[in-house]
Design a protein around this ligand. Sequence first.
Ligand code: PDD
Length: 290
Amino acid sequence: MTAFLNGQYLPLAEAKISPLDRGFLFGDGGYEVIPVYSRRPFRLDEHLRRLQTTLDGIRLPNPHSAAEWKDIVLHLVARADFEDQSVYIEVTRGADTKRDQAFPVGVAPTVFAFTSPLSTPTPAQRESGIAVISAADIRWGRCDLKAVALLANVLMRQMAVDAGCAETIMLRDGYLTEGAASNIFVVQDGILLAPPKDHRMLPGITYDVVLELAARHGMPYEVRPIAESELRAADELWMTSSTREVLAITTLDGEPVGKGTEAGKPGPMSRRMYDWYCAFHDEVSRRADA
Ligand code: PDD
């Protein structure tokens, strides 16, 4: 498998970085995960814009222009053996000769990228929806940046795995923030509710696509803070991300999501949104071919 490291394409197994790299020592860097359908990166410009926002937010000069990043991504995508991919890119503040929290002077950033097969939910997960748990959001104050310092997210995801669940939904001060590696949507009385993009959550690229599709297809939606009580009384819950796409959550903390005979099953609005999402990325790939 081909990787990109500091200006060179090389087999992934040969890509080596220093143990003094600040990504390793401090989690001092930013990253992106870009889905690729039929060898067409989906929403690449938006992912590269968010990378720029992350790097600006951590005061790390972007080592590549958007055009250079596109070249790197397309080069990796073209050389992979698979059609649908997930491209990972990471920039760290590089490796100094000593360990010091303050920024090093005159040190080049480390740039790493590689691509893997896109691993989307299984047909069984789509059919039954997934189970999640909830927990207090213990992360720092800049969750809007896609930083590689992900220890709290790692602990949250593992908490879900230990409970036999697919994700942990986080709550801060009684309000929904997001999942350990996803954004969360709530459906209540036919209205799609989304928490507002602020420093408490990552501004998801899939989140934006979902709201655009809701607007395009006339699905009513509101962007506003969502209280824990609303989360627990939801008719539907969804998680979204570049790799999970749009996925129904059917159990929260052991309780079925929804009411009546539909409780614990993927709801009609999640099915509709997932269909629109698939049709949309197909349409975008076809347009790129035109
Ligand atoms: N994670 N919130 C968090 C904390 C995330 O880590 C992610 C995605 C999202 C969804 O963002 P997007 O729709 O742009 O993928 C929200 C990626 C997939 C990851 O870290 O692997």
